[in-house]
Design a protein around this ligand. Sequence first.
Ligand code: ATP
Length: 300
Amino acid sequence: MTISAPRLRIAMQKSGRLSDDTQALLKRCGLKLNVTDRRLLAHVSNLPIDIMRVRSSDIPGLVMDGVCDLGIVGDNTLEEEELSRALIGSKNDYIKTTPLNFGECRFSIAMPEEFEYTGLACLDGLRFATTYPQLLKRFAKENGINVEFCLLKGSVEVAPRVGLADGICDLVSTGATLEANGLKEVAEVFRSKASLIQRAEPLGDEKQDILNTLLPRIQGVMKAKESKYIMLHAPKDKISEVSALMPGKETPTILPLAGREDLVAVHVVATETFFWETMEKLKALGCNSILVMPIEKMMG
Ligand code: ATP
């Protein structure tokens, strides 16, 4: 009998708002996986990892119950499941291994355009359509108001227009869907983004080793996404002013330029947003050939 080596099982959304970013992250971490629509358990060919593709709302439970070792899920889904499970006394523990830099949205209360919003107190006693009732209930309790809710899994925005609810509490990113449905955002209940979560029980040495390989790669991909490699030519006597302008700067590399005594090349990794305004200020200092380039991977 052969005993196969343990494989780390990661749950991700099968299709929806988080699936493309999650898949892109795993690919950029070097995982070779063949994701086809019908295959719900995708085998990673170059690392002992399996990817389980499920509904977003099933991910927290799969991790909390130990069916999957890791999961990539929105914080809103995670907290809703945690609160629901606490109510019925089910196991609801997990480890948040690392926040991820995609899936940003807010869970907000929105009312019809004509509603006169004067503060949270004016929502007391109203009825809200939502997919995440526990998050809304917790917010109402913390703010000393009573709300009723009706549970809708989708098309929540339509509820006030058809008389199902006074308002809604739903996920918003740009607000365009609210606007298109005659609604306005009045209060933010919860801010969310995607997270990598891990089951609470220890993974065991072999799976932990796989995670120890994967985690620095995930962090490297995220850091690279936020960072830029900047190259420019700067007047030798302006180096300190130029360095001071670099966002989230690391120590710059200064290189001589062939045949130029007055100019040097400056290379630096900027870890914060590099704005056009900064480029204009560099130009005003006498810099030229300013290049801002994306970084694919970073480590150490
Ligand atoms: P599933 O159908 O897979 O159970 P879902 O209905 O929540 O889940 P999506 O609408 O794809 O599926 O949303 C998945 C997650 O994407 C949300 O839970 C949230 O964390 C995140 N998200 C980011 N921006 C938005 C947004 N504007 N609207 C909805 N969700 C968003």
